[in-house]
Ligand binder design. Structure first.
Ligand code: NAD
Ligand code: UDP
Ligand code: UDP
Length: 323
């Protein structure tokens, strides 16, 4: 491979056409790397990477990570997996296969190439937590047979595989646990609370709060999250994770609805629906580890991030003919 810079790497990003993956791909290209963006386009979209098609260091590969993959790269970011409850519950068996078989294949690839591999795990490994805020040494409170289990247990098993490949095959792993993240390029119909509320408000539809809106989440803006990913990968080999990456600012879902209403100048009204089964009551990351090991903390406040996300949906919805 011809290298213009010693530091230039060829990097594989699985799930690269998704919400988080596409932002990561942008940053890696900005840093001067070559990127293979792999995706089966199940929940991701070509729209997220349209702007990159003529980029000389960008390559798109349509592939499903549940099948083996033979490419030659220097580093792997494994993000492939549907992430919103609506999407991951659409085909739960495929969700578990993507997490588990996908992890095995990407770990097998990393083992053959002897390369570093990053993995996007999730705060869902903590389930409906009994420890608050969640620290990485908390083992979680997860229902193994409920509607969220395909994702939660799939992601837990993927973490197990990462740590076993690390112990058994001396693989350099980088596991982060991502807390709720939002921003431009979220899928407009993924059912997640931030995209739902914004899309509903911009269309003048009812804002659907599930339950009484007292459950909490902590929302991280996508740019902050991607910065955390890059710092994690750049950290020394002794840093394997798991490391929480998220914004510790905690809000009730009712508060989020009020913010979106105030920022969109909409006629929408709040309506209350049943709370889905196994919906976690509260969630907030303890980011001491990320702070200590990666010198990372989020910078974008929720108000600012919401405004940027609203601006994105204002632009995109007419293009999708959804307003
Ligand atoms: P997303 O749905 O936008 O992106 C996932 C991408 O993976 C999509 O482009 C999808 O088409 C692709 N994909 C799914 N199954 C695949 C398969 N079998 N083979 C190849 N590609 C496949 O979701 P996202 O929010 O960008 O999430 C990315 C990763 O981050 C996921 O692993 C998710 O579990 C994790 N995560 C995200 C959040 C969040 O708040 N966004 C929180 C916790 C964890
Ligand atoms: N694998 C892959 N690409 C590679 C090497 C391996 O997709 O370059 C897949 C392969 O299909 C295998 C899995 O990764 O099933 C796990 O590989 P590993 O070497 O750990 O296991 P083994 O091949 O011994 O079962
Ligand atoms: N939620 C809601 N209205 C919606 C979508 C979600 O009240 O239209 C709630 C949901 O029940 C949960 C929280 O918002 O309590 C976050 O949901 P999301 O699906 O975004 O993420 P997760 O539950 O995986 O954290």
């Amino acid at each position: 491979m011809t290298r213009l810079y010693d530091s230039r790497k060829r990097i594989l990003v699985t799930g690269g056409a998704g919400f988080l993956g596409s932002h990561l791909v942008d940053r890696l290209l900005e840093q001067g790397h070559e990127v293979i963006c792999l995706d089966n386009l199940f929940t991701g979209t070509k729209r997220n990477i349209d702007h990159l098609h003529n980029h000389p260091r960008f390559e798109f590969m349509r592939h499903d990570v549940t099948f083996p993959l033979y490419v030659e790269v220097d580093e792997i970011y494994n993000l492939a997996c549907p992430a919103s409850p609506v999407h991951y519950q659409h085909d739960p068996v495929q969700t578990t296969k993507t997490s588990v078989h996908g992890a095995i294949n990407m770990l097998g690839l990393a083992k053959r190439l002897k390369c570093k591999i990053f993995h996007a795990s999730t705060s869902e490994v903590y389930g409906d937590p009994h420890v608050h805020p969640q620290t990485e040494d908390y083992w979680g409170h997860v229902n193994p047979i409920g509607p969220r289990s395909c994702y939660d247990e799939g992601k837990r098993c993927a973490e197990t595989l990462f740590f076993d490949y690390h112990r058994q095959h001396d693989l350099q792993i980088k596991v982060v646990r991502i807390f709720n993240t939002y921003g431009p390029r979220m899928h407009h119909a993924d059912g997640r609370v931030v995209s739902n509320f914004i899309v509903q408000a911009l269309r003048g539809e009812d804002i659907t709060i599930y339950g009484d809106g007292s459950q909490t989440r902590s929302f991280c803006y996508v740019d902050d999250l991607v910065e955390g990913f890059l710092r994690m990968t750049a950290s020394g080999p002794e840093i394997t994770g798991p490391i929480n990456i998220g914004n510790p600012g905690e809000f009730t879902i009712g508060e989020l609805a009020e913010k979106v209403l105030a920022k969109t100048d909409t006629k929408s009204k709040v309506v209350y629906h049943d709370l889905p089964q196994d919906d976690p009551k509260q969630r907030r990351p303890d980011i001491t580890r990320a702070n200590t090991h990666l010198d990372w903390e989020p910078k974008v406040p929720l108000d600012e991030g919401l405004e940027r996300t609203i601006a994105y949906f204002r632009k995109i919805l007419p293009e999708l003919e959804l307003v």
